[in-house]
Design a protein around this ligand. Structure first.
Ligand code: GDD
Ligand code: MG
Length: 336
């Protein structure tokens, strides 16, 4: 099985972190987000991944120069301009030569961290004769997702991207798809096409879209809250043995408190400071007496003495928070 990963978005909700690093290359625990996604797929038999790149494509190509990511063969393709989710799938299929292979393929949003059972999805896909099958999970807050309604056996009878309330169901598109090559023929060439707004609704009208409802572990790590949550879940052991968040190559003062946090290699946490529910990226410095709570401190950033950074603040790579400053829900520098 081959997979196309959509990793060309701007990551606006994670600015300013994504101004310098594309979303899927942001560290999650101690390795880039994309590696968590690829190793999850590899556990389910995916042997080759095509990365559909755009924004900051150089970061991915530099990280995987030998064409391997998390032990899987990767092929990078770069859209000449952003073609949106379906446009990117078509472009990736054609540019990588995958379309010539002619078999069922997987496509997924590159910010989805999940323990989805792809095998179960494939069984449904085969037994239903679907043209495409999508993974659905049940959530309470539907506002930022695509919402699907299913009928007998899992056939999708309605698909609405980011609907205004009331939403037609509580089951949302979880961002992993199995597709037959015929889907590519539905996608116009050379312009932006959204798989969620154009292609899925057209398939619903033709009765060829199916869905697997599976409430497994799932996070779309594309917001400050979920980007942190995905890491806390690993630290808390919600997905296997609890991970250690503090790198052996970090310098944490014995008189500092680090709780439920990631502190990456080369980071320095000074005396009397406290880091809780947060991620401190490589080479960042938390000076003495500072507090970092529920926030992300980008690579090489500095939190000055006695400063308080809380409430899902995002401190961009190399930025500085003044000593004694108090920030809550801040973006430094303020995102454009
Ligand atoms: N190559 C490429 N080109 N990739 C793109 C483009 C593009 O033009 N636009 C977006 N992407 C990538 C993003 O990098 C991301 O990995 C994925 O496509 C989805 O984009 P997001 O911006 O993260 O979408 P979303 O989170 O608002 O909504 C999507 O995911 C939800 C579940 O996580 C939709 O698929 C929803 O229907 C879904 O519920
Ligand atoms: Mg997303």
């Amino acid at each position: 099985m081959q997979a196309i990963l959509l990793v060309g978005g701007l990551g606006t909700r994670l600015r300013p972190l994504t101004l310098t690093t594309p979303k899927q290359m942001l560290p999650m625990l101690h390795r880039p987000m994309i590696e968590h996604v690829v190793s999850g797929l590899a556990r389910h038999g995916v042997e080759r991944v095509v990365m559909a790149l755009g924004y900051h494509d150089d970061a991915f190509r530099a990280a995987y120069p030998d064409g391997r990511c998390a032990g899987v063969e990767v092929c990078c393709v770069v859209e000449p301009e952003p073609l949106d989710t379906a446009g990117a799938i078509r472009f990736a299929c054609e540019a990588s030569g995958m379309v010539a292979d002619g078999g069922t393929f997987l496509a997924a949003n590159g910010d989805v961290i999940t323990d989805l059972d792809v095998g179960a999805m494939l069984r449904l896909h085969r037994s239903s004769g679907a043209e495409a099958t999508i993974h659905l999970i049940e959530v309470d807050d539907l506002s930022r997702f695509g919402v699907a309604v299913t009928g007998a056996g899992g056939r999708v009878t309605a698909f609405v991207e980011k609907p205004s309330p009331p939403a037609p169901s509580n089951w949302i598109n979880a961002g992993t798809y199995l597709m037959e090559p015929s889907v590519i023929g539905r996608i116009a060439r050379g312009r932006r096409v959204s798989v969620e707004r154009e292609v899925f609704p057209a398939m619903v009208a033709d009765g060829t879209l199916w869905a697997l409802r599976q409430n497994t572990y799932w996070v779309d790590a594309g917001t400050p809250q979920t980007y942190l949550q995905a890491q806390l879940d690993l630290l808390d052991g919600r997905r296997g043995p609890a991970a250690d968040g503090v790198s052996v190559e970090a310098a944490v003062d014995p008189d500092a408190v680090v709780e439920r946090s990631v502190v990456m290699a080369g980071a320095v946490v000074g005396a009397g400071s406290a880091v809780r529910g947060s991620a401190v990226h490589s080479g960042a410095v938390i000076e003495a007496g500072a507090t970092v709570l529920d926030s992300v401190v980008g690579s090489g950033a500095t939190i000055g003495r006695g400063a308080r950074v809380t409430g899902r603040s995002l401190i961009g790579e190399g930025s500085a928070v003044e000593p004694g400053a108090t920030l809550s829900g801040a973006r430094v520098p303020e995102a454009a």
